[in-house]
Design a protein around this ligand. Sequence first.
Ligand SMILES: NC(=O)C1=CN([C@@H]2O[C@H](COP(=O)(O)OP(=O)(O)OC[C@H]3O[C@@H](n4cnc5c(N)ncnc54)[C@H](O)[C@@H]3O)[C@@H](O)[C@H]2O)[C@@H](O)CC1
Ligand SMILES: Nc1ncnc2c1ncn2[C@@H]1O[C@H](COP(=O)(O)OP(=O)(O)O)[C@@H](O)[C@H]1O
Ligand SMILES: [K+]
Length: 523
Amino acid sequence: MRHAHRVEVVRAAEAELMARLPEGTLMRRAATGLAVTCARLLTRRRGRVYGSRVVVLAGSGDNGGDALYAGAELARRGARVTAVLLAPGRAHGGGLAALRAAHGRVVVEQEIGLADFSCADLVLDGIVGIGGRGGLRPEAEPYARAARTGPVVAVDVPSGVDADTGEVAGAALRADVTVCFGTYKPGLLIDPGASYAGAVQLVGIGLELPPAGVVALQHADVAALLPVPGAESDKYRRGVVGVAAGSARYPGAALLAVAGALRGGAGAVRYVGTAAEEVVRGFPETLVTEGGPAGAGRVQAWVVGPGGGEGADRALAEALAADVPVLVDADGLTELARLGPGALAGRTAPTLLTPHTGEAARLLAGAGGDGGTRSEQARPPAADELAAARLATARRLAAAYRATVLLKGSTTVVADPPPASGRGYPHGAVRVNPTGTAWLATAGSGDVLAGLAGSLLAAGLSAPDAAAVAAYLHGLAARRTAAVPGAPVTASEVAAALPAVWNDVRAGEAPEPRSRTSGGTGT
Ligand SMILES: NC(=O)C1=CN([C@@H]2O[C@H](COP(=O)(O)OP(=O)(O)OC[C@H]3O[C@@H](n4cnc5c(N)ncnc54)[C@H](O)[C@@H]3O)[C@@H](O)[C@H]2O)[C@@H](O)CC1
Ligand SMILES: Nc1ncnc2c1ncn2[C@@H]1O[C@H](COP(=O)(O)OP(=O)(O)O)[C@@H](O)[C@H]1O
Ligand SMILES: [K+]
């Protein structure tokens, strides 16, 4: 599992450790790890470090210090290193002295800096790290836009990316590799920030950290959560998942949700709705009933809403009345937004909401704009604003509806509501999914995800586990499905690939790198 900690938590751990160590130890550890990665990249690119052109973009803080010390190490190995000072007069004194002692060049004129930047074999982005606030300052912006031939290695976090949230206000440096220190930062795992970070490498500097606020599951974590039948299992003990989906207008949604549900580990899938005939034709193993959830037999979890059309209001009401976990998706979410969070107030079994950002906007508007405070006269949030702040959006929704929320899209985020005591954050760790691919943005893939997650709920996983495991398998399936890597996939193909990725995960086979995050030396 990858663990990500907020800046405040990192700073406290750093302070505690620095108090016990000789001055400069942590920065030396960080700079050495950084230099090792840079040397490896240069060797891959040019065959050797000696003679390569390296540019260090150095801001005014310790992030610049790390970069300058790493630049000095590369200069000692024969690299031609130029440091561009973005805040001349406020550069890190020790780092600057080390670079000069190693015969590095130092420039302050931005035109010279930009020319060097564009033709460098490697650029170190040490403009700003976890101390960054707001977007890039004007003097740094040209570097975010300039053409360049060599890779950019971001120091700790790409400058311009908010380390705590992954939000990007304006321009940011687009890195090929980010070398982060001590722990991942949430902004390196959540888009849009994650897409600026490139491959993320973790360099341990010895921090002792509390439990992480944000985590990303990996194969072993998912494998440990997959439901596997035991010798005494029967189909009922494995769990029956009820799927209330599809409508005369959207019968295909029923088929796709059932396809996902059949591959999620439940012992049986019970379908209710108008597409019963089509479902049985497509999947004869499905138990079908006409009508709504209330008249169907017992299930261990309900999935309600995919392609639900006009019947979604009744299906939602009946499913929510059942004392079992309920996953609400698509038209079920639109109906829930109309009803507001009060519709979930009486529930004691878990509720899992799976909105995309458009549905999230509706849900927030239905909750009164923010955190359920209906009195607040906030402008309804726009979907693209919510996508730009995915962590905050998922948390706001979870708090407003007091339900687990899986927010779909580029970096799917799973958030739990804060504890009932109302003491607010930190609460259960937010899980972010590293396996997604933009090819999943295809009609019907959300229906497959809903069925899959519902099946995992019926099999006994908690709502956050079911959500995170489903997102993980769904993302892997999309990547595995493409006949040619990188080619478009269909929702049906994603569902069909689920057994194979289930097997990959259990066998511990590594996924192809998407998240472009890779394990590091650990903390
Ligand atoms: N504290 C420690 O012991 C360690 C810190 N490390 C490094 O130190 C960094 C944090 O250093 P600092 O606390 O000095 O903070 P930063 O270097 O990240 O940023 C602080 C400086 O940047 C300026 N600044 C803030 N926002 C800016 C923006 N948007 N554009 C341009 N400049 C901006 C501030 O005025 C301040 O001078 C970490 O990211 C990491 O790279 C590492 O050396 C590991 C150990
Ligand atoms: N840009 C993206 N990158 C990664 N995954 C995406 C992206 N856009 C959408 N997805 C994923 O595709 C799926 C689409 O679901 P949804 O929007 O409900 O589609 P539908 O309603 O057509 O089934 C979700 O799993 C979502 O996370
Ligand atoms: K940086």
